[in-house]
Design a protein around this ligand. Structure first.
Ligand code: PHE
Length: 330
């Protein structure tokens, strides 16, 4: 009988335990055989013999159940270990997309002007000479056209060099008051660290009765806008020239890199030029048939804003699917 206790203790698997159970407790098992021996046991010893066997039966059953439980537990643990998923392992995941920094910046600009009650107008990228130049006080052969050389389909048809033609078309199609911005892609024959042949602009135009729109209005809105975009910066207006505005100004902010102290980015001036603006030239109003009105206009390059906000060194990297740059925005 002792050997069976040992067998139970040494059993390695549930299958082995099952084999032992059959061998011990089965119809032809060893217990059945032992009990069969009762017949030949003398009567006065029968009771003690049966008692001994029953004790063995109970003990063996207990040992067997105990071992069975132990082996089941071990089997479960083994399965859990083998089938476990390492959730920290790298897997092929879909990555989150994000707006391109230029579009993100454009959205922020548009958001500001919409909050100031400007409407958003768009136009076509292919324009004609009249809407892109002529109506904006840029007659043919005027030297100021050189600053905005572009791509021509034929003499009169070109890729717009600014979104100002949207303003011309809006003025032609509606009556004042007008309070609008024109965001969109524009094109010029340029390519260097700070210029690409395609870039984005947001231009604005406000037109109302002749006494209503002043340079002070223009100054207020641009200062407020630039602080919204760049935080607490100084804003400075510098006299300048645009054919379509008179007077005209270029607007600078104190350098966001050195806080106005002077560094490489601001050419040690402490200032960064960020947009152009002015009071709409009477010749422009004449071209669209407006009389007795006043207005201001402004225009800015969205890429330049994005570069200054995100401290991007080379404008071209924005258009070269530069993943190292773009992934930072995801
Ligand atoms: N249209 C000008 C440009 O693209 C920007 C501008 C708009 C300047 C309105 C002054 C007033 O350079």
């Amino acid at each position: 009988m002792e050997e069976w206790y040992k067998k139970i203790t040494n059993a390695q698997s549930l299958e082995e335990i099952e084999e032992i159970r059959i061998a011990v407790f089965g119809k032809k098992g060893i217990l059945a055989k032992e009990f069969a021996k009762m017949k030949s046991v003398p009567n006065e010893e029968k009771a003690a013999f049966a008692k001994g066997l029953n004790e063995h039966k109970a003990k063996l059953m207990e040992a067997l159940n105990h071992k069975k439980e132990e082996l089941s537990l071990a089997a479960l643990e083994k399965a859990m270990k083998e089938e476990a998923l390492d959730v920290t392992l790298y897997s092929v995941q879909s990555t989150t997309g994000a707006l391109h920094p230029v579009m993100e910046t454009m959205d922020k600009i548009v958001e500001y002007f919409v909050s100031m009650n400007f409407s958003v107008n768009t136009g076509s990228m292919v324009e004609d000479d009249f809407h892109n130049f002529e109506a904006l006080n840029l007659p043919k052969y005027h030297p100021a056209r050189d600053m905005q050389d572009t791509f021509y389909f034929k003499d009169e048809l070109l890729l717009r060099t600014h979104t100002s033609p949207v303003q011309i078309r809006t003025m032609k199609n509606t009556r004042p008051p007008i309070r609008m911005i024109a965001p969109g892609a524009v094109f010029r024959r340029d390519y260097d660290l700070t210029h690409t042949p395609m870039f984005h602009q947001v231009e604005g135009l406000v037109v109302d009765a002749s006494s209503k729109v002043s340079f002070a209005n223009l100054k207020f809105i641009l200062e407020d806008f630039l602080k919204y975009m760049f935080g607490e910066v100084e804003v400075r207006f510098r006299p300048s020239f645009f054919p379509f505005t008179e007077p005209s100004a270029e607007v600078d902010i104190s350098c966001v890199f050195c806080e106005g102290k002077g560094c490489r980015v601001c050419s040690h001036t402490g200032w960064l030029e960020v947009l152009g603006c002015g009071i709409v030239d009477p010749n422009v109003f004449e071209a669209v048939g407006y009389e007795n009105v006043s207005g201001y206009a402004f225009g800015l390059g969205v890429e330049r804003f994005a570069m200054l906000i995100h401290r991007i060194g080379d404008l071209r990297s924005l258009f070269e699917a530069d993943m190292k740059l773009l992934e930072q925005f995801a």
